[in-house]
Design a protein around this ligand. Structure first.
Ligand SMILES: C[S@@+](CC[C@H](N)C(=O)[O-])C[C@H]1O[C@@H](n2cnc3c(N)ncnc32)[C@H](O)[C@@H]1O
Length: 308
């Protein structure tokens, strides 16, 4: 067991290398402790730092396009990148029955916004968008992206400093959304963020959360991921690794979560649950509605629900 400082202002106690982290006190102790962030946060922290160092979000897309679409090169532009979000946001909202004129008067949170690929579109759909991410480097780039391609006057940002809780009051938003993020969190953090999504959403509001389910390759991929993530701790090696897309992708392999785990966690706090997939999902209890949307990756699934 070791003490770590996982945010700029809070002190955390680490129980296991890839495990849970409990807030035990608040203090600005950055200078006084040797920091050792939990390994599942490292790859993103390094990527965020690298993003921050680039001159513009366009440069981030050209140089570190691996973060999102596994491509790099001068032909890539932030505009192209945002265009993928512009397509996906309405597609998902419509498929899930969550696109309505009321959205224009509503507040939503996007958990794991990255540099704003989808956030720009959300700021055109909702009057108040809270972009939440582990790394403030990403959030700064997200602000830049939304300023250029969305409605910056509709945007707030929120650092998820401990990777597992949202510094927002209960009932703060009408809609909580997360895509391509919870699979990168340790299981305990992902389930906690799902609970947090429900907590910050008002009664009658909606959630749409994306997870990656278990697959046959996991016994190989997950241990390799642990090894690669720990290599990110090495000075300079982490930044080098973070630009090598196939290696970096291994580092992101953190957790696989099945619908029954999420449903057990959320319990009676949600209603009208639908489990969405692009293919078969094991382990869905018959009590829940199944939705099918061909745009969903075969290894992914979504939960949509109304908060009770
Ligand atoms: C693959 S990107 C997806 C970004 C965006 N959702 C999209 O679809 O373009 C994953 C993002 O999740 C963020 N992330 C990873 N773990 C997180 C955590 N525990 N809490 C909040 N954000 C996290 C990373 O920093 C990164 O920006």
């Amino acid at each position: 067991m070791v003490w770590i400082q996982a945010s700029r202002i809070r002190l955390h106690y680490l129980n296991a290398s890839d495990g849970d982290c409990t807030v035990v006190g608040d203090a600005d102790v950055r200078e006084s402790l040797v920091m050792r962030p939990r390994s599942q946060l490292i790859a993103w922290k390094v990527a965020g730092r690298v993003s921050d160092r680039h001159m513009s979000a366009d440069e981030v897309v050209r140089e570190t396009g691996w973060v999102f679409n596994n491509a790099t090169g001068d032909h890539l532009t932030l505009a192209d990148f945002v265009a993928t979000g512009d397509e996906e946001v309405p597609a998902y909202l419509e498929a899930f029955g969550l696109r309505s004129p009321e959205n224009h008067q509503q507040t939503m949170i996007e958990i794991g916004s990255g540099i704003g690929r989808m956030t720009a579109a959300f700021t055109r759909e909702f009057s108040d968008v809270i972009a939440a991410d582990l790394d403030i480097g990403f959030l700064e780039r997200c602000h830049e992206t939304v300023s250029r391609y969305g409605r910056a006057d509709h945007l707030r940002t929120l650092e998820v400093a401990d990777g597992r809780s949202l510094a927002l009051g209960d009932d703060s938003v009408d809609f909580a959304f997360s895509y391509l993020t919870l699979q990168h969190c340790a299981q305990g953090d992902a389930l906690n963020l799902a609970r947090e999504a429900v907590r910050v959403t008002r009664s009658g509001g909606r959630i749409a959360l994306n997870f990656r389910g278990p697959s046959r390759l996991d016994p190989l991929l997950l241990p390799l991921g642990i090894v690669v993530r720990n290599s990110f701790r090495l000075p300079r090696v982490g930044e080098w690794l973070s630009q090598r897309r196939s290696i970096a992708r291994l580092a992101w392999q953190v957790s696989r979560i099945s619908p029954s785990q999420v449903l057990a966690t959320l319990g009676g706090s949600v209603d009208g649950v639908t489990i969405w997939s692009g293919g078969p999902v094991d382990d869905v209890q018959s009590a829940f509605r199944r939705g099918r949307f061909d745009g969903i990756n075969q290894n992914h699934w979504w939960i949509t629900a109304t908060v009770t």
